[in-house]
Write a protein that binds this ligand. Structure first.
Ligand SMILES: NC(=[NH2+])NCCC[C@H](N)C(=O)O
Length: 376
């Protein structure tokens, strides 16, 4: 079947589940620091960023421990099994076959696998749209999804890639992290000048969007995001309406708000609800319970923690009554069950090290719902 997906909750028919194979390292350089700035500033982020590698030629490469990567991949395979048991067709990206260093005309990086497949592609109706990366190491990540996208293309999908950034240091609008939003604990050091500079470029992740039929809410916190949203609005005029939320979060919003069915939202806290577009403020709210430290593995100082503790509210809906949630956060499961949901529990241990929960690790390509007007 070709792609068809308009919302986050209707009956799921086909999905891509990411792969964490060979997730060996994080490269701590300018784009990574900008992207993870907020979580790095939180009290739960114990290691510091260390030296300022953007001043030198080589990035600061932080190895991920082998055991964590193996456990991650065990959990991902269990997610695949659970979805297949629910009669969902699961597609997989190509696994990374080794450590892949690459260079563009402007900079160099080391490839990460296509694990958080939510982040750099979105299905809007009958079209796959690849969004322009914000982290250098992710620049070629979507190439691992090409076999899946080509199959959908053969079946009739529209397939569009947004303009790709040159991504020099000066491509980034750093106003969000420069103390105007939250004070930077560690200075994000000055951008270097390059003959390839073109000024601010469109850069935004698909995971900054949440789909509600004809309407899409989207977080904009930088000029890079604003340019990307302008592109989306122009490209999809007459088909989708984008509702911009200014500085709702640093970037991704799927651990802040997730619609579980028409009229019901899963939210991190009441402040989130206040910032939503007016049509959503009348929807029922389910608040995620406060996660406690004991639901997470104990990490060491050299393990980079990349998410907030709210990452487990990043669940995947299989239909309007059924969700896949982390078995390691039973308090959330109880809250969902008491609201009438059937919860399929799947274990996910290292969500804070690999930057994503089950919503991030998946890209729903076929769901039953259509271009409904839920905001009307
Ligand atoms: N699509 C994703 N990768 N979402 C993950 C968002 C994590 C979010 N920044 C948090 O700390 O909770």
């Amino acid at each position: 079947m070709t792609v068809h997906s308009y919302d986050e909750w209707s009956t799921l028919k086909e999905v891509v589940v990411g792969s964490g194979v060979r997730y060996d390292a994080h490269e701590v350089e300018l784009s990574f620091k900008l992207f993870f700035h907020d979580v790095a500033n939180s009290a739960f982020y114990y290691p510091t960023y260390g030296p300022t590698p953007e001043d030198g030629p080589a990035a600061d490469r932080r190895r991920l421990k082998k055991r964590y990567v193996e456990e991650l991949n065990e959990d991902v395979e269990e997610l695949v099994d659970a979805l297949e048991e629910l009669s969902v067709t699961v597609h997989r990206p190509k696994a990374l076959h080794g450590s892949v260093d690459f260079r563009t005309p402007y900079w160099q990086a080391n490839c990460v696998p296509a694990l958080n497949v939510r982040d750099q592609a979105v299905v809007l109706g009958d079209e796959i749209i690849e969004t322009p990366p914000q982290v250098r190491a992710r620049y070629f990540e979507n190439d691992l999804l090409k076999p899946v996208f080509y199959r959908y293309f053969a079946a009739g999908a529209k397939w569009t890639t947004m303009p790709r950034p040159v991504m020099t240091d000066r491509s980034f609008d750093i106003s969000y992290v420069s103390g105007q939003h939250t004070p930077a604990i560690q200075e994000v050091s000055a951008a270097r000048t390059s003959p390839f500079d073109v000024g601010f470029e469109m850069m935004m992740d698909a995971a900054q969007c949440i789909r509600f039929g004809k309407d899409v809410i989207v977080n904009v916190s930088t000029e890079n995001h604003a340019l990307a949203v302008r592109w989306l609005q122009r490209h999809l005029a007459g088909k989708f309406r984008f509702h911009v939320m200014h500085r709702f979060a640093d970037n991704h919003i799927d651990s802040l708000v997730l619609p579980l069915r028409p009229g019901t939202l899963l939210l991190r806290n009441p402040e989130v609800a206040e910032k939503l577009p007016a049509p959503l403020r009348s929807w029922d709210r389910i608040y995620a319970p406060e996660p406690t430290d004991n639901i997470f593995p104990q990490y060491e100082d050299d393990d980079l923690v990349l998410t907030s503790r709210y990452i487990d509210m990043n669940i995947l809906s299989v239909d309007e009554n059924t969700v896949v949630a982390n078995s390691l956060f039973p308090d959330l499961i109880k809250v969902l069950e008491s609201n009438g949901f059937t919860v399929v529990p799947v274990r996910h241990r290292h969500r804070r090290l690999f930057g994503g929960g089950f919503h991030c690790f998946t890209l729903d390509t076929v769901r039953e719902g259509g271009a409904e007007d839920y905001f009307g």
